[in-house]
Design a protein around this ligand. Structure first.
Ligand code: GDP
Ligand code: MG
Length: 221
């Protein structure tokens, strides 16, 4: 069984975790005013119109506070490119287009991955003129959403689900047995999982603590 994976990327504080919570319908990720504070679970199951998929908040993968923001963001985008079927790129509609958004946009465009662009913090039903500047990213139409108010989420999910690959399984399956791999950093959890799965879905890194593998992977044996 192959679940569709949706990865949420974007600068700190644009509302990734709030949107994640909105999509998965529970308050799983932690939302705070300080950039880079998401540390809780970073993945969950989402569902839209009977289609099930995995959502990953890459913003929750920020381990080292001394690391500069752009390095972190690049790493998150890299993870998203490696693991996602659809990348949900979130920008801040209140702040407007930012040089970092452009940089992320360039990497995503070059990746050839399916990208859905969400312009968050549009807290009124009427779409303001400002969101049109995000067309400059060259990633198609920015979809106006308010993660906080719950506006535009349906349109956003329509667009995400529409971009799933044809061979993906979106049915609900309650027979799944959940297996967790736990252990100290760098003991080889990710490598072991990769061996079992026979694919490089889990990303292995030799920097202790930079766990990028808290990801649901479905496996038949
Ligand atoms: P992240 O760093 O990208 O995960 O951003 P968070 O989800 O932690 O949100 C950062 C800040 O933006 C928090 O103070 C949120 O309350 C706020 N925020 C998130 N979504 C919205 C929204 O739709 N409208 C407004 N006005 N603020 C929002
Ligand atoms: Mg966050």
């Amino acid at each position: 069984m192959n679940r569709a994976v949706v990865c949420i990327v974007g600068r700190p504080n644009v509302g990734k975790s709030t949107l994640f919570n909105r999509i998965v319908g529970k308050r799983i990720a932690i939302t705070e005013d300080t950039p880079g504070v998401t540390r809780d679970r970073i993945y969950a199951e989402g569902e839209w119109l009977g289609k099930y998929f995995t959502v990953i908040d890459t913003g929750g993968l920020e381990p080292d506070s001394e690391e500069i923001i752009m390095t972190n963001i690049r790493r998150q985008v890299e993870i998203a490119i490696d693991t996602a079927d659809v990348i949900l790129f979130v920008v801040d509609g209140l702040q407007g287009l930012n040089p970092t958004d452009k940089e992320i946009g360039n990497i995503l465009r070059r990746s050839g991955k399916k990208v859905v662009l969400a312009c968050n913090k549009i807290d009124t039903p009427k779409t303001p003129q400002e969101i049109y500047e995000f067309y400059e990213l060259g990633l198609g139409e920015p979809i106006a959403v308010s993660a906080e108010q719950g506006l535009g989420i349906g349109d956003l999910l329509d667009e995400i689900v529409k971009n799933f690959p044809d061979d993906i399984d979106t049915d609900y399956d309650d027979d799944i047995i959940k297996v967790s791999f736990i252990g100290k950093p760098n003991v080889g959890k990710s490598s072991l999982i990769n061996k079992i799965l026979g694919e490089d879905r889990v990303i292995v890194t030799d920097i202790p603590g930079t766990t990028r593998d808290a990801i649901d992977t479905y496996f038949n044996y």
